[in-house]
Design a protein around this ligand. Sequence first.
Ligand code: NAP
Length: 247
Amino acid sequence: MKALADKVAIVTGASRGIGRATALALATEGAQVAVNYASSATAAEQVVAEISGMGGQAIALQADVSQPEQVESLIKAVMDKWGRVDVLVNNAGITRDTLLLRMNLKDWQAVVDLNLTGVFLCTRAVSKIMLKQRSGRIVNITSVAAQMGNPGQANYSAAKAGVIGFTKTVAKELSSRGITVNAVAPGFISTDMTSGLKSEEILKFIPLGRYGQPEEVAGMIRFLAADPAAGYITGQVFNVDGGMVMA
Ligand code: NAP
């Protein structure tokens, strides 16, 4: 029997990149997957079609997860459809890179609102359901930028560092009801988010000498969300970064 048979997973920002690969990986484990997206309806429907094509179940749900009412509607739609939530992957994220002195409040706020507040809003909504179920797995996507810092990413690294602190606190708060909360810190992964970066300079800092693939991050998320052995792991941060951060 597949690890997530009869289980329900929500992946935020699942129309593209790491979220898309994660939705497919969780569906492969038998999960019914809510494919959240902000504006790429066609791409999200393609993910749903791919899951249906392999005999799985999925729905595409539009919601800006930085907005409290939209998060409530998203979770309600999943509950109306499937009546439970077993896995939440807080993956939706954006960058608004610029050096500190040029960073305006709008750039700061947009990144914090989605990358940190969005994680809080989705986790708070889903944890109410998981507490009643007395089980659940939550995986938050942070970044090596939270651990190392990265020029031009004061907003992003601060939000992603916030996700790490949030992960540890919520892991402690939810632990008595069998809910695990972990974080995954990707390095440089080939997605739309990194497509504009100058890779020659970046590759010098990656011991494995290449960008990662979305499926490589999804593999770690799948393990934390689905594998029985991950049931004893909580409050941790796992790097999938080609060796960039060696703690
Ligand atoms: P991506 O390819 O740019 O995809 C971003 C996803 O987030 C899309 O599905 C997008 O939906 C969704 N999204 C954007 N704004 C949203 C909102 N307000 N509400 C809901 N969904 C929204 O990004 P990625 O590279 O896969 O990154 C995924 C996560 O990994 C992010 O949290 C990112 O910070 C983190 N990360 C990425 C890297 C990397 O190298 N790529 C490294 C470290 C961490 P639409 O398609 O509808 O816009």
